[in-house]
Design a protein around this ligand. Structure first.
Ligand code: IMP
Ligand code: MG
Length: 176
């Protein structure tokens, strides 16, 4: 038995994640047909989703990464976000798809969207694996959504608790 099975309740199985990623990839492929796309992944939580999604998209593709760190008040972001890693290529005139693991309050996503918009891309859309609508403070338009989940702290498939559990192959809730 895997070490984490005592600590985490499975919420979204590995096969469900893979099926959803293929579905999102096919939809993105249709929507951007004839264009080139740049996926902008958000470190570190989105990396597993990002690499699976990239392989499910049948288009000429670039991958960029942004790292952000949010200041916390208790267990919630304040909305003040610091860039810890910036993209390396030009964003101006490109079709950008921001790829994030989860939208919780939405404050991090809003910051990233404002930041990328200022670089004048040709287009800017959002793809998130998980949305927790119960906690939304800042409504951002999500163009591609994997799953809507209940208000529970989740880990796995890139998401962490104190940097642990990112390599858990499913999405699950921490048992308290
Ligand atoms: P937001 O700014 O409140 O939307 O929070 C965004 C960031 O907080 C996400 O990119 C995640 O890194 C982290 N986060 C929010 N909820 C969870 C969770 O349930 N598990 C793990 N990380 C989370
Ligand atoms: Mg994140």
């Amino acid at each position: 038995m895997a070490y984490f099975e005592q600590e985490i309740d499975v919420m979204i199985k590995e096969a469900e994640l893979q099926a959803k990623v293929r579905e999102l990839g096919a939809q993105i492929t249709r929507d951007y047909a004839g264009r080139e796309l740049t996926l902008v992944g958000v470190l570190k939580g989105s990396i597993f989703f990002l690499t699976d999604l990239a392989r499910a998209i049948d288009l000429p593709l670039r991958i960029e990464l942004m790292g952000v760190s949010s200041y916390l008040e208790g267990n919630e972001t304040t909305g003040e976000v610091r860039i810890t890693h910036d993209v390396t290529g030009p964003m101006g005139g490109r079709d950008l798809l921001l790829v994030e693991d989860i939208v919780d309050t939405g404050l991090t996503m809003q910051f990233l969207l404002d930041n990328l918009k200022a670089r004048q891309p040709a287009s800017l859309k959002v793809c998130v694996l998980l949305e927790k609508p119960a906690r939304t403070k800042c409504k951002v338009t999500i163009d591609y959504r994997g799953f809507v989940i209940e208000d529970r702290f989740v880990v796995g498939y890139g998401l962490d608790f104190a940097e642990k559990y990112r390599n858990v192959p499913f999405v699950g809730g921490m048992r308290s």
